[in-house]
Design a protein around this ligand. Structure first.
Ligand code: ADP
Length: 297
């Protein structure tokens, strides 16, 4: 097991930030740690990395107990803290060499990591000259320098524009091919885009811990469709297996079907047969979304 969290509780004074949290993550998994702001994600990650102590419970990273074998555990962890604190006045290469020297890592490793995270065109610049996306790459590079097996990324995509977001997501996927990754986010779509398992946390407690596909394996299926024209609801009743139709906005409908068969072709055919065009057609992960919406409402 790469990460094992057993019955962790954390009190900040009177306030309970984590309440009896347990989960384990196997080697090679990419897991999304999802929860609204204030749920306890950062606190849990800091405890896993040994930056703060739990009030109760145990954490093992690659079988090293973080409270009794902190240095051994930390050798196995690369950590990107929330807001990615960097020395903005330093040059990218200088900053990474500085980090490498702390860990006594060979200089050649810095160049390899620069290539790996796609920093080559920016590596000669000062960190304060970089876009937010490239700053995140510097933070991820620093976390990867000592070649840890486990990567803990705290809100790695917050504040990125859509292009940067897509790039950092694919970088996480790429580095996740040979690492165990736990990354936190308060954005549901983030989890769906990057990982195959989600741990959902709310008010310091784990609400769900499942493979994403388990959320979709039930019989119900939701499709969001946008037509090029407004239509009446009864029109839609001709689509087989339709359970309900919700007019989200103007020409956008949320259709719920009582089958696990992919109904997107049927919706497409329906539109075509009725002289409509489908401007957008998306299968939605209703269960997780519903659960998350309820929690964050
Ligand atoms: P998240 O990362 O999910 O946004 P946090 O772990 O940062 O959540 O915070 C969990 C709860 O603990 C919040 O209510 C937050 O205000 C509180 N908290 C976090 N850090 C501290 C601290 N150093 N002192 C007191 N309360 C804290």
């Amino acid at each position: 097991m790469s990460i094992e969290v057993k019955n962790i509780s954390k009190l900040y004074g009177e306030q309970k930030a984590l309440n009896n949290v347990s989960f384990s993550i196997e080697k090679g998994e990419i897991v999304g740690f999802l929860g609204p702001n204030g749920a306890g994600k950062s606190t849990m990650m800091k405890i896993i990395c040994g930056y703060i102590n739990a009030s109760q419970g145990e954490v093992f990273v690659n079988n090293f107990d973080i409270s009794t074998h902190k240095i051994d555990a930390q050798k196995n962890i690369g950590y990107l803290p929330e807001n990615n604190p960097l020395y903005l006045e330093m040059y990218v290469r200088e900053y990474l060499h500085f980090n490498a020297s702390i860990y006594k890592i060979a200089k050649e490793e810095v160049e390899k990591i620069i290539v790996k995270v796609g920093l080559s065109p920016e590596a000669h610049k000062k960190i304060n000259q970089l876009s937010k996306g490239y700053r995140q790459r510097v933070g991820i590079a620093a976390a990867l320098l000592h070649n840890p097996e486990v990567l803990i990324l705290d809100e790695p995509t917050t504040g990125l524009d859509p292009n940067q977001l897509a790039e950092i997501r694919s970088l996480i996927k790429e580095v996740g091919k040979d690492k165990t990754v736990l990354f936190s986010t308060h954005i549901l779509q983030e989890v769906e885009a990057v990982c195959d398992r989600v741990i959902l946390i709310h008010h310091g407690e784990i609400i769900a811990d499942k493979k994403l596909k388990e959320f979709t394996e039930n019989k119900e299926q939701v499709i969001e469709v946008e037509f090029d024209f407004k239509i009446e609801k009864q029109f839609l009743d001709n689509i087989p297996h339709l359970k309900s139709a919700n007019n989200v906005h103007d020409t956008i409908w949320e259709l719920t079907f009582d089958t696990s068969k992919d109904m997107r072709p049927a919706v497409f055919d329906f539109a075509h047969d009725n002289g409509l065009k489908t401007l957008n057609l998306t299968a939605k992960n209703k269960n997780l979304e519903k659960l998350f919406r309820e929690l964050t409402a």
